[in-house]
Design a protein around this ligand. Structure first.
Ligand SMILES: [Zn+2]
Length: 300
């Protein structure tokens, strides 16, 4: 399982190069903000600037979930070959660069350790304003920074960067009607809410969109309301809730692939990075990116 340093995936500098390379294919590239350690939070934009409809795409919030980032890059490349005529696409392909780089170091040093958070130790997907809650330890005096969900809603620079950009788009009258966030754990399509038992008023619209996506994805994807996945544990401050509640988007979280554990490689079960990332990166990323494309174009 240790044939190459990153097991067939791209290290952080190569990934940045790939994101920057999208500019040469016609994307408009900007920096939405910087991470805790000062790395850029890239924003990739395509489609006519005057279009009112807007699709928002996120990936790479969790440090080890690399296949989601790769699938988003495939999706962007496909969109760039024939950009939509009537909507813009705004993508944040790597929201946790510090975490990604840390995961790459662990891989290089062959340390089987689970890592998920940003450089402040915050799970970015618990830091979004909708249904945000302080984590358990964060209620104790002096331990606020151990909250796990941050000390305040959108208090982490990575989440703040996206919220600021989307708030500005929303205030300018842009209609954010479709949103996808790519993760990678166990082939699922999750819809709001994650921080509440209640279903959104337009649950049916979310289920229909998820049904159409599932029909195009590789086999085995399940559709669930996010809060019903681990029924004893609501996840507060998640992006899919915020993208729906704050902007009105049909908002889905895609858990890309079933990871790369294999019965033929017992060691793979002991390595957390392998729980998330399939062995054939290119094939899996292509299948997922292709399946998501019509939804992002506002078609499916
Ligand atoms: Zn995740």
């Amino acid at each position: 399982m240790w044939r190459s340093r990153h097991l067939g995936y791209r290290a952080y500098p190569e990934l940045v190069e790939a994101i920057r390379g999208l500019e040469g294919e016609g994307a408009r590239l900007s920096q939405a903000g910087t991470s805790v350690r000062g790395e850029p939070i890239w924003c990739v934009e395509l489609g006519p600037p005057e279009a009112e409809a807007l699709s928002v795409l996120l990936a790479g919030q969790h440090a080890m979930e690399w296949i989601g980032v790769e699938a988003l890059l495939v999706l962007l490349e496909r969109l760039l070959t024939d950009p939509p005529a009537d909507r813009r696409v705004l993508a944040f392909p790597l929201l946790n660069p510090d975490g990604y780089a840390r995961a790459a170091r662990l891989l290089r040093w062959r340390i089987p350790w689970l890592t998920r958070a940003n450089a402040n130790g915050v799970d970015l997907n618990r830091n979004w304003p909708t249904y945000w809650q302080r984590g358990l330890l964060g209620h104790l005096p002096g331990l606020e920074s151990w909250s796990g969900s941050g000390t305040r809603p959108a208090g982490e620079p990575e989440v703040r960067a996206v919220c600021d950009r989307l708030d500005a788009e929303h205030a300018a009258g842009q209609h954010i009607d479709r949103a996808l966030s790519l993760h990678s754990f166990g082939r699922m399509l999750l819809h709001p809410y994650s921080g509440s038992w209640r279903a959104p008023a337009d649950r049916a619209r979310h289920r229909e969109a998820a049904d159409r996506l599932r029909a195009r994805l590789p086999r085995g994807y399940r559709i669930l309301q996010a809060s019903r996945w681990f029924p004893w544990l609501l996840a507060y401050g998640a992006e899919l809730d915020h993208l729906h509640a704050a902007y009105g988007a049909t908002s889905l979280l895609v858990e890309c692939s079933a990871g790369g554990r294999s019965l033929l490689s017992p060691l793979s079960w002991l390595h957390p990075w392998r729980w998330y990332n399939p062995r054939n990166r290119e094939r899996e990323a292509r299948a997922i990116g292709t399946a998501l494309e019509p939804f992002v174009r506002g078609e499916g």
